[in-house]
Write a protein that binds this ligand. Structure first.
Ligand SMILES: [Zn+2]
Ligand SMILES: [Zn+2]
Length: 345
């Protein structure tokens, strides 16, 4: 046990050394107040360019009128109920030779250990020793900072009690969603919809970068055809790297191809004559569907319907199980549909 304690205090010393001392000879008890943590919503634009945000916050400050004593005279008064410990001890006899001891916060002084008489109470702070002040903080969001990153303002959390240094004021960045950019580390991702015509014949579109520049993305006619759901990368147009702002991530653009809803038969004829790939449906087919079926016995023309396959598969999950009472065998599972047919015959 003793070893563990020694370790802890040496760790505290080490921390003092690293943080530039200031702790002096005090080793036990809190030397610094608890940090106060705020969430700070920030736009991707601010994280790209860097920004200074002015925030008005209220915090505790030592009462100047009484120099933090809480009294007009500067005297301190010990609570008589708890003798200044702030703790009340209750002893309960549970049985012969059995005593239960319970501690609670002193109700007379609310655990402060002090009772200031009304006539000596500081009017400015009502004996609380602190006042609340409003302060405007300038918080620097540096270029490249990320969602969840902490901005620490040392010793700005405000006054807590005599002998305790103010804690840190901490802001945790919360990135607001951007209209079209998604951030992945230092990279930016976006989706761009182009038409089928653009996919085949080239395109040109602008992307407004987070610093306001307009990036023009071009695919010339005669270049490769753009396939649906393909990706393009623009090097070094992602987010700046924190503390190395000239180093940047990439911008990745996901290209979605919007197809026309319908094309008329005459337009189809034109397309067939233009496009380099063959078409399995020739114009001659249009009149001869029935004729072909008559000629070839094994050929059957089937109908299709449009499906959303994910939803379809969810609905189909139980298909074929309805009359399958014996579901113990896995390899027969797929045969359920056939079995139903057999029963019906
Ligand atoms: Zn008390
Ligand atoms: Zn005061």
């Amino acid at each position: 046990m003793g070893g563990g304690g020694g370790h802890a205090s040496s760790m505290a010393d080490l921390f003092d050394m690293m943080s530039g001392g200031g702790g002096g000879g005090r080793r036990r008890g809190p030397e610094k107040g608890e940090p106060i943590v705020h969430k700070l919503k920030s736009s991707l634009r601010e994280m790209y360019n860097g920004a200074t945000r002015k925030l008005a916050l209220t915090r505790k400050a030592r009462c100047v009128a009484c120099k933090g004593t809480g009294t007009k005279s500067g005297r301190s008064y010990v609570c008589k109920t708890c003798n200044g410990t702030g703790i009340q001890i209750h002893i309960r006899q549970l049985g012969p030779g059995m005593i239960q001891q319970m501690q609670s916060k002193c109700s007379a002084c609310d655990g402060t250990g002090e009772m200031i008489p009304a006539d000596d109470m500081c009017k400015k702070c009502n004996g609380k020793k602190f006042v609340t002040e409003k302060k405007i903080f300038e918080v620097d969001i540096e270029a490249g900072m990320k969602h969840g990153q902490k901005i620490v303002m040392r010793g700005e959390a405000g006054y807590t009690q005599p002998g305790v240094a103010p804690g840190d004021l901490v802001f945790i960045l919360e990135q607001k969603e951007h209209d079209f950019f998604t951030r992945k580390g230092a990279d930016l991702l976006m989706t761009k919809e182009i038409t089928l015509t653009e996919a085949l014949c080239g395109y040109k579109f602008e992307v407004e970068q987070l610093d306001g520049r307009k990036l023009v993305v071009t695919q010339k006619p005669g270049d490769k055809v753009t396939k649906p759901d393909s990706w393009k990368c623009v090097n070094d147009e992602g987010m700046p790297v924190h503390q190395a702002p000239f180093q940047k991530g990439n911008l990745y653009i996901n290209l979605q191809v919007k197809f026309p809803e319908k094309i008329s038969p005459s337009e189809c004829a034109k397309l067939r004559s233009i496009l380099p790939q063959q078409c399995s449906y020739e114009e001659a087919d249009e009149d001869s569907d029935d004729a072909m079926e008559d000629q070839e016995e094994d050929v059957e023309h089937v109908k299709t319907r449009d499906v959303n396959i994910e939803q379809e598969l969810r609905n189909r999950k139980d298909f074929g199980k309805a009359h399958n009472y014996n579901d113990s065998s896995d390899d027969e599972g797929g045969m359920g549909g056939q079995r139903v047919q057999c029963h019906q015959q």
